[in-house]
Write a protein that binds this ligand. Structure first.
Ligand code: KMT
Ligand code: NI
Length: 263
């Protein structure tokens, strides 16, 4: 495979089980009035007609670096860079399945806290285009700050447990900043510093964790395809269908890379 081909994000076909799950979720939603008024509906018509919104150019992606090993740093909220710093490339982030858009948040106002968030406030046409193109039919807003999130300390602890989900994790950062850590193919942690205006997706089945940075504040819109299920499945999850799917589609090449290094 050429270098070019290697760094391009794979185009994925959803497994049938996942397609059925989304369809079933959509059906449930229509039967639930309370939810229906609070969700942003992507009609099947809109989904087939809307074109993909191009992701941000590499220069606009968030900064990412390899982290110090767990157990060797004191505070999860610090940068915890290697020394010297070892940046993680955007090509690698894409290879691991991450997608990223730069958003305008200055010209839109979002509520400080709303679960679920009222879609009538969605006046951002780029956000609407991304939602329609990717079928994000649900959104809510979470404010992670000691005075805004009940049980802040326990939640910060839970967010930082290494886990996967059985769906994509989609976060649009409206204010503040924080770190998403994800594993590379050799199981090293990469720390991604997300900030206001960043819309990032982590693929289903990818090991990750989240922490606030030293500012102790992040406000994010959480988007979802169908009815939201935020359940974390803590590592190890090697037999989980979503994990197997991720390994099959995104971790391939890890063995080849190791062989190249040792050859
Ligand atoms: C998560 O999934 O870890 C969170 O929702 C954390 C807050 S959103 C940046
Ligand atoms: Ni998560």
């Amino acid at each position: 495979m050429s270098e070019q081909a290697k760094t391009e994000a794979p185009v994925l076909e959803l497994p049938d089980a996942k397609k059925q799950k989304i369809t079933a979720d959509e059906d449930n939603k229509e039967n639930d009035d309370a939810t229906a008024t609070a969700t942003m509906t992507a009609t099947p018509e809109a989904e087939t007609k809307t074109a993909a919104v191009p992701e941000a150019p590499d220069a606009e992606w968030p900064e990412a670096w390899y982290m110090m090993e767990d157990g060797t740093y004191e505070d999860q909220k610090e940068r915890n860079r290697l020394s010297p710093n070892k940046p993680a490339s955007i090509a690698l982030l894409k290879e691991l399945g991450i997608a990223y858009w730069k958003m305008d948040v200055e010209n839109f106002s979002y509520p400080a806290k709303a679960i679920p968030w009222d879609p009538k406030d969605a006046t951002d046409s780029k956000l609407k285009a991304i939602r329609d193109a990717r079928g994000y039919s649900y959104a809510d807003i979470i404010s992670v700050r000691p005075d805004l999130l009940p049980g802040y300390d326990e939640k910060i602890k839970a967010f930082f447990e290494e886990h996967i989900h059985d769906a994509e994790e989609i976060r649009f950062i409206i204010d503040g900043s924080g770190y998403f850590d994800i594993r590379d193919k050799e199981d090293n942690w990469i720390r991604i510093w997300i900030k206001k205006g960043d819309l990032m997706t982590l693929p289903e089945g990818c090991y990750h964790r989240f922490t606030c940075d030293e500012t102790d504040y992040i406000q994010a819109m959480r988007l979802f395809m169908g009815q939201p299920v935020w359940t974390p499945f803590n590592r190890p999850q090697e037999e989980h269908e979503s994990r197997k799917f991720y390994v099959e589609n995104f971790m391939k090449g890890a063995e080849e890379t190791k062989e190249e290094i040792t050859a």
